[in-house]
Design a protein around this ligand. Structure first.
Ligand code: GRF
Length: 197
């Protein structure tokens, strides 16, 4: 059984795709042992609670320093003893120690076809605004391992999505989520879990 912890900061639609994928058997041999958010208001926490999954909030606002937050976040992770950590819209710079301890065991979903429109400053709507500004005809999403860089780890899976005439950033974001993110993140987890003892 692959025990996973999902780290979230926002609405949690990617988390919901994972919850549904496990429930429907599309994601095999996997258990979501916990959800951690840095944002007390994240609807993703409600999605976890509704699914009976232990949900935790570790907010930087509750700590006097970055180091104290990092330690609390790492302690919460270790308490859940995950085999794999899934970053699903998690807008926090990971502690370096976390990347060392969980090397090749942290994956992230990014809403573009890396190496386009990624790296520092490219998150959420900004990614789609940049794709529209450049005039690309195809964009998509990428699941990759997380290393010390920003969106630089080994690519696991990608899925392309057509950009349509008249697309707004919001419309494009929704299409990329529906047609790519919510498809390849569960698929990538299932692939990892299928080869997990
Ligand atoms: C998604 O667009 C994802 O690609 C990006 O952050 C957003 C998270 O959305 N990393 P949600 O919280 O999963 O709905």
């Amino acid at each position: 059984m692959l025990n996973i912890v999902v780290c979230v900061s926002g609405g949690g639609t990617n988390l919901q795709a994972i919850i549904d994928g496990v429930a429907e058997g599309k994601i095999r041999n996997t258990k979501i042992v916990g959800v951690i958010s840095n944002n007390t208001g994240a609807y993703a926490l409600t999605r976890a609670e509704n699914a009976g999954i232990p949900a935790f909030c570790v907010s930087p606002k509750n700590f006097g320093s970055r180091e104290e937050f990092n330690n609390a976040f790492l302690n919460q992770l270790e308490a859940l003893n995950p085999d794999l950590i899934v970053l699903a819209g998690f807008l926090v710079i990971l502690p370096e120690k976390m990347i060392e301890v969980y090397r090749e065991r942290i994956i992230n979903i990014h809403p573009s076809l890396i190496p386009s429109f990624c790296g520092t400053g490219y998150f959420g709507l900004k990614v789609h605004e940049a794709a529209l500004a450049r005039g690309v005809k195809v964009t998509g999403a990428t699941v990759h391992y997380v290393d010390e860089g920003t969106d630089t780890g080994r690519i696991i899976m990608q899925k392309a999505v057509e950009v349509l005439a008249g697309d707004t950033p919001e419309a494009l974001q929704r299409r990329v989520m529906e047609q790519a993110e919510w498809v390849i993140l569960p698929k990538a987890i299932d692939e990892i879990a299928s080869s997990w003892e």
